[in-house]
Design a protein around this ligand. Structure first.
Ligand code: ADP
Ligand code: MG
Length: 218
């Protein structure tokens, strides 16, 4: 059986370069027959699960960052990268299963990759909880505005607006409408990058004549 080094494995599974695969995982993966075979969806999924994706144990839960109507967001740390992540926990009602907001958020965000859209790293499904693992961003625009007494520097307003429109334009090109733009759903990194977040009310734009519900925000 061919033996792969960590870099080769990461490339083969299209994993982010900053991921540090533990030695034990590299050994284990090299002993599984799936790594030697042509990479199918199923093989890839099996290998990702070996690495620790899709498992709660891979993430250490830290302090609470925010609470919305159907989700609670915690700061966490990934054991694989040692980096902060945001864990968005969605409670699953026994009878109803996953709320449609969660299904929308996952299905739309999975296909979006852009510097101005928050990155979804992982999805963990247990009996009572659906946890979405996002890149960690330092604060949202509401918190940012509170720290500058609501008088933002004109240059920063320009930079934020430009990034907001660039992120939206990317979503619209992919026929995704966000529909809930507000400061709490726009995340701001320490470097001043803006990222669209909370795609719970978003939807795919389909047949142009179809009417949409009007209780959404933007
Ligand atoms: P809800 O759908 O319940 O409104 P959000 O996705 O908007 O949930 O998250 C609620 C709050 O948690 C946000 O307003 C923000 O303050 C914080 N938050 C969400 N995602 C992140 C993230 N990736 N990094 C840091 N904080 C986040
Ligand atoms: Mg929100």
């Amino acid at each position: 059986m061919t033996s792969f080094n960590p870099e080769e494995i990461q490339k083969r599974l299209s994993l982010p370069a900053d991921l540090r695969l533990p030695v034990s995982v590299v050994d284990k993966l090299n002993r599984t027959p799936t790594l030697d075979q042509p990479l199918t969806r199923k093989n890839r999924r099996a290998s990702l699960s070996e690495i620790g994706f899709g498992k709660l144990e891979t993430y250490e839960k830290l302090d609470k960052l925010g609470e919305g109507t159907y989700a609670t967001v915690f700061r966490g740390r990934s054991i694989l990268t040692n980096k902060f992540v945001a864990l968005k926990e969605i409670r699953l009602e026994q009878k109803e299963g996953a709320p449609c907001t969660a299904i929308r958020e996952v299905s739309l965000l999975r296909n979006l990759r852009h510097a101005n859209v928050v990155t979804l790293h992982d999805i963990i499904h247990t009996d009572r909880l659906l946890t979405l693992v996002f890149e960690y961003v330092d604060r949202d625009l509401k918190q940012y505005m509170d720290t500058c007494n609501n008088s933002m520097n004109m240059n920063n307003i320009r930079l934020f607006l430009f990034q907001l429109l660039r992120g939206l334009s990317y979503c619209h090109q992919r026929r995704v409408l966000h529909r809930d733009l507000k400061p709490q759903n726009l995340l701001i990194t320490a470097k001043g990058e803006l990222k669209l977040a909370d795609f719970g009310l978003a939807r795919a734009k389909s047949v142009p004549t179809k009417t949409y519900s009007n209780e959404v925000v933007t």
